[in-house]
Design a protein around this ligand. Structure first.
Ligand SMILES: Nc1nc2c(ncn2[C@@H]2O[C@H](COP(=O)(O)OP(=O)(O)OP(=O)(O)O)[C@@H](O)[C@H]2O)c(=O)[nH]1
Ligand SMILES: [Mg+2]
Length: 191
């Protein structure tokens, strides 16, 4: 996929109106620090256009990246980090609920999981929440592939599938933003 254009076009917080983009939205969700913003940078081939940080909770708003005027990558704020207060968790929930209730342009939801770690209860909840609101299983990108040995990949993918209660048809793509392994497969999937 050739990226001719990428613009951060909308940034939504809890008090913002969710835009009606009238274009397909590919939605990225997952734990804080799992690599959502890094995925966007790899996808658009830019270094730090979507802000990446070691500090969990970097992305606090819903960020809409217009790709080639064809579709949007929607970066949702991450969940489940230790320093997240109750107030922050409530704000997060309000924003996420508002997005899923309001947006009419969701085309595909992508749940990112760290390939090294068994999905947390929050990941399991997110997976089943997506299934409930859309009627479809999300696709799963298993991030940080560069951090494990090749021989562990298929075992870890099955651990993710089992823990998420995902079907055997659910697409789970091993991926690394460092090496870009898996990127082509994801792009093909989008196309
Ligand atoms: N080795 C390796 N590190 C990665 C990969 N993807 C992300 N990281 C690192 O993980 C950290 C968090 O990445 P982000 O992309 O900011 O994570 P996020 O999901 O956007 O986090 P929030 O904005 O807090 O929700 C950064 O230090 C990244 O460099 C990957 O594929 N491999
Ligand atoms: Mg982020």
């Amino acid at each position: 996929m050739i990226i001719k254009k990428c613009d951060l076009e909308y940034v939504c917080g809890t008090t913002s109106k969710i835009p009606s983009t009238s274009k397909n939205e590919y939605v990225l969700c997952g734990r804080s620090n799992v690599g959502k913003s890094s995925f966007i940078n790899a996808f658009i081939n830019r270094k730090n256009y979507a802000r990446v940080s070691n500090t969990p909770g970097k992305t606090r708003t819903i960020n809409y990246y217009n790709i080639n005027d064809e579709f949007y990558l929607v970066d949702l704020p991450g969940y489940g980090f230790a320093s997240q207060s109750h107030t922050d968790q409530n704000e997060w929930k309000k924003l996420i609920d508002k997005y899923f209730e309001t947006s009419k342009d969701i085309n595909e939801i992508i749940l990112l999981c760290d390939i090294r770690i068994e999905p947390t209860d929050k990941d399991v909840q997110m997976f089943s929440f997506i299934l409930d609101v859309t009627g479809y299983e999300p696709i799963v990108i298993a991030t940080k592939l560069d951090k494990i040995k090749k021989t562990q990949v298929s075992k870890n993918i099955e651990i993710i599938r089992n823990k998420l209660n995902a079907s055997s048809e659910c697409t789970i793509i091993p991926y690394s933003s460092e090496t870009k392994e898996g990127l082509e497969e994801i792009q093909k999937y989008f196309e």
